[in-house]
Design a protein around this ligand. Structure first.
Ligand code: ZN
Length: 162
């Protein structure tokens, strides 16, 4: 369900002042979702534009509601560029979960998964113990068959009388 505005095919105005001394930020034709919602001028240097494209406004609305725009901006600015996309996507994820579970947020999901992990580890340990017992019984059975000189007479005799 991606919205594309046919009137604005290019998302940014190409910087024409690259040859001049320290260029000023230039306004973009189509503001990012963050700037649009915050009703501020979006420039080619907007720190949020790469992570909140105009086509996905709900991601910013939810993250803004939970974390606040200034906290999002500060978090993004404090990180190296290579880590920013991951940070934003985790904030969006956390905000979504917080909206669904206002009491526990992500901690609720983590706690539930942790409990599930503990239950499965317990189940695995019990199954491994059962397997060890069965293997041990099988080994004892094999040893007793060998001990009976390889003949099936004993079991045949038993089944006859049982
Ligand atoms: Zn922007």
């Amino acid at each position: 369900m991606e919205y594309t505005d046919p009137t604005t095919t290019g998302s940014t105005i190409p910087s024409s002042s690259s040859s001049l001394a320290p260029s000023l930020p230039t306004a973009v034709q189509r503001p990012c979702a963050a700037c649009k919602i915050l009703r501020r001028r979006c420039t080619d240097r907007c720190v949020l534009a790469p992570y909140f494209p105009p086509t996905e406004p709900f991601n910013f609305i939810i993250a803004h509601r939970v974390f606040g725009a200034s906290n999002i901006i500060k978090s993004v600015q404090d990180l190296p560029e290579s880590r920013r996309a991951d940070a934003v996507s985790s904030m969006i994820y956390e905000a979504n979960v917080r909206m669904c579970d206002p009491v526990y947020g992500c901690a609720g999901a983590i706690s539930q998964l942790h409990k599930q992990l503990c239950d499965l580890q317990t189940e695995l340990a019990a199954t491994q113990a059962e397997l060890a017992i069965v293997q041990c019984q099988q080994q004892q059975l094999n040893e007793s068959v060998i001990f009976l000189d390889g003949s099936n007479s004993a079991s045949a005799w038993e089944s006859h009388w049982n």
